[in-house]
Write a protein that binds this ligand. Structure first.
Ligand SMILES: Nc1nc2c(ncn2[C@@H]2O[C@H](COP(=O)(O)OP(=O)(O)OP(=O)(O)O)[C@@H](O)[C@H]2O)c(=O)[nH]1
Length: 346
């Protein structure tokens, strides 16, 4: 009975989290003592040009006080390859728990695949072979964790495109622009996460989208939005954040070294959209405005600056990319929306 109560208490802890990071951290905190494990890691497989890499979402070793995770802007080439460990690959492929002896250690691997197709893996390293009961406990905890992650993801995603929704923008903006997590280095010390380069916020607005709906109907309009989301995903990196703010307006939060690099990234998006053959509709273009995220910036201030740059791009004839800071440096007139929604320059 005492053990059941303890398990219930741990499960209550697991479901208390309101964001993914705290749920990830609680998962490994719950599993480490439950299994009397030496180490528990929650991995996520992230795609890279040549295969997949393993991102550490949470890792806790016996003796550590708080779980660690990969820095949010970690370079993929610094992460271990998924293929380097066939046991992990097999666990994912078979979608089944694997228990393997590894020298003097034993590993328990439980694969999870979320509704948004994220591939996660819980890996526990134990000094003794786990009994059947222990393995079932990990699997049970894993299923509850998976259900809650799915719930959380569905609340933060746009239902049409699967991109992040507006509601999750504020949270992720602060998390990404302010957080600098630490990972233990090889000799047990801690190194600062990779220094975050400059962040840029871009607003991407489809040109003349109303006429797409008017000419082809809303179903085709929705198809265009879905394809736009696909182009965004393939243009930006795995750790850039992509949102649909509703309608035909998308927002992207990216990291780039400087203004020229940011310009290059947004220009690539503009070109990729322009060159994409949208079925039935043909050519679609976007107007893009972007701004540098400042120290102590708020999500709404950054958004407003990028949005003003979009007005400029629209006023200049659309299918173009404008930077808010460049516009201010040049002392150009400030764009504002007129009462009829059209753009006016003051
Ligand atoms: N199909 C579809 N249309 C949508 C959705 N949300 C908003 N819209 C439509 O998007 C259109 C946006 O039109 P406007 O804001 O006038 O802008 P626009 O025609 O793109 O013109 P510019 O932005 O000035 O180039 C409206 O017709 C909305 O009805 C959606 O989820 N699906």
């Amino acid at each position: 009975m005492g053990q059941v109560l303890e398990h219930l208490e741990q499960l209550a802890r697991l479901t208390r989290g309101r964001d993914r990071d705290s749920m990830d951290a609680t998962l490994v905190e719950v599993l480490l003592p439950l299994l009397d494990a030496r180490c528990v890691v929650l991995w996520e497989a992230v795609p890279e040009d040549a295969g997949e890499r393993l991102l550490t979402r949470a890792r806790l070793e016996r003796g550590m006080t708080v779980p660690q995770s990969s820095p949010p802007w970690v370079s993929l080439s610094d992460l271990p390859r998924v293929d380097d460990d066939p046991v992990r690959v097999q666990a994912w492929l078979a979608r089944q728990t694997r228990v393997v002896a590894d020298g003097a250690m034993h590993r328990v691997l439980v694969p999870l695949i979320t509704e948004s197709d994220r591939r996660l893996l819980i890996e526990a390293v134990l000094e003794r072979a786990p009994d059947v009961h222990a393995v079932r406990v990990v699997e049970g905890v894993a299923r509850i964790f998976e259900n809650f992650i799915n719930l959380l993801e569905s609340s933060e995603r746009d239902t049409l495109t699967g991109l992040l929704n507006r509601k999750s923008f504020d949270d992720t903006f602060y998390k990404i622009t302010r957080r600098t997590p630490v990972l233990p280095d090889a000799d047990g010390g801690q190194r600062q996460g990779q220094e975050a380069a400059q962040h840029w916020l871009g607003v991407v607005d489809v040109d003349h989208f109303k006429s797409v709906n008017d000419r082809f109907g809303h179903l085709i309009g929705d198809e265009v939005l879905l394809l736009m989301a696909r182009i965004l995903r393939s243009t930006f990196r795995h750790d850039d954040r992509l949102y649909r703010f509703g309608g035909e307006e998308f927002v992207v939060l990216v990291r780039a070294a400087d203004s020229a690099a940011a310009a290059g990234v947004f220009e690539r998006l503009r070109r990729n959209v322009e060159q994409y053959p949208f079925p039935q509709v043909g050519r679609i273009t976007v107007s893009v405005g972007y701004t540098a995220v400042r120290e102590h910036d708020t999500p709404s201030d950054a958004f407003e600056r990028a949005d003003r740059a979009v007005y400029l791009a629209k006023a200049e004839g659309r299918n173009t990319v404008r930077c808010y800071e460049t516009h201010v440096q040049l002392g150009e007139p400030t764009p504002q929306r007129g009462s009829d929604g059209d753009i006016e320059l003051f």
